[in-house]
Write a protein that binds this ligand. Sequence first.
Ligand code: ZN
Length: 476
Amino acid sequence: MFCLTPLFAQTVAQQIKIPIYKVNNNHYISAYEYARANQADIYFNENKKKLSIKSTQSKNIVISQNSSFIIVNEKIYHLFLPILYQNNDFLIPINAFLNTMKNISGPIGFIDTSNKHFIIYTQRTINIDDVAIKNKTNGMIIHIDTRQKFNDNIISGAISQGWLSITIPGGIIDSAKIVNAKKKYPVKRIRCIQNIESAQISFLINEDIDEFQINSSDDYININIRMNTEENIAIIKERGEKWLLDTIVIDAGHGGKDPGAVGIGGIKEKTITLDVARKLGALLEQNLGVTVIYTRDDDTFVPLYKRTRIANESNGKLFISLHANSAKKSHKASGFETYLLRPGKWDDAIEIVKRENAVIQLEADQHRYKDFTDEEHIMGSIVQNQIIKESEFLASQVQIQLDRVLNIKNRGVKQAGFHVLVGAEMPNILIELGFVSNKKDVRLLSKAQYRQKMAAAIFRAIKTYKEQYEKSVIED
Ligand SMILES: [Zn+2]
């Protein structure tokens, strides 16, 4: 099979500005800046104060401190003014250098009219190739093809007068290709500026940008842009109207080889969660006429990613994850609480998150959770922001209903980043039913009647949520 891909790096003709320095009324350029502009390799001989500049056009220039002679491709030329060595840099007399190089290989550039810059003609190796615009329902992704990894920490972006400008240190752009890249609404124009140290690509965007985020990989830079929030809310709402609250997913935490928290008297979290899940499911099926999907309905181990997949694939409209708490340090800790997944609040309730997420270590496919890239997370977070309002309402209802019937502490609604809730495309909450490390909680959690009480309270919360949800769909 033939391979037509060129083996050599693609170069582009560019004009690059470098500053001219004035010393004793003579004009000079920095040898290092000249070398960088030409992407040349430099070899510095410190003992001899000699510098070799070897550019991609295989022009080899050697200069020495205080010498007015330069060597170009092993031939000696006279510049009449000496090369200066200042602040660890060599200064080359620009006029003589320009004339000498012109005689050797044709013009290498020109001095601008202000006498402040030397504009170099150069061939540079492109490392930024192309741009593609991908529309998303809630914004867009500007995908920049690169030939190397640019660390996203050093890439910067700024918005000014409708232009989003991305500055990429070390970037060398194929300006012609990028400026003429296929534009899609809302990108109206693309501009490029090539500097010695960086490349700047600017996009004229015909919509208000809410926020953007840059992330890079080995061969691309992605700019995730979120915009048009109001319109998106309308789209999501419209989609929501077609949804009936007909399927509820109940997720009994842990199971099988993962017992969850093990508490006083050997009480296991997985046993409590499964029993409450079954009781809640039965109430929902009998009284609300909805389909109940269990992520597990027996004592088996189900990885976290599978739990949300089950929820998404079954078209679940609500996701209820049941857990029980444990506090190693304080046996006094007691009560029930409901969690929301709130993007950007991952630091909250760190300890409980660590414990609940620790189950991932029991799973064979741990790498799956690394697949939540920033891009997916930001795009996912927008849907989550719509979902979160409904989740908040449900969570508050759960706390209200549990508080009415239970005699243990109401710890309120909290926010944290649970893996089990990441990726659930529906309102979702995680309920911690009580502490298996607390005597009183354990005594209650061990009773079937008490577990029935909890299930009934959660059921009433869901019923209120369903009524509210359907009412708002009709009213809007
Ligand atoms: Zn748990």
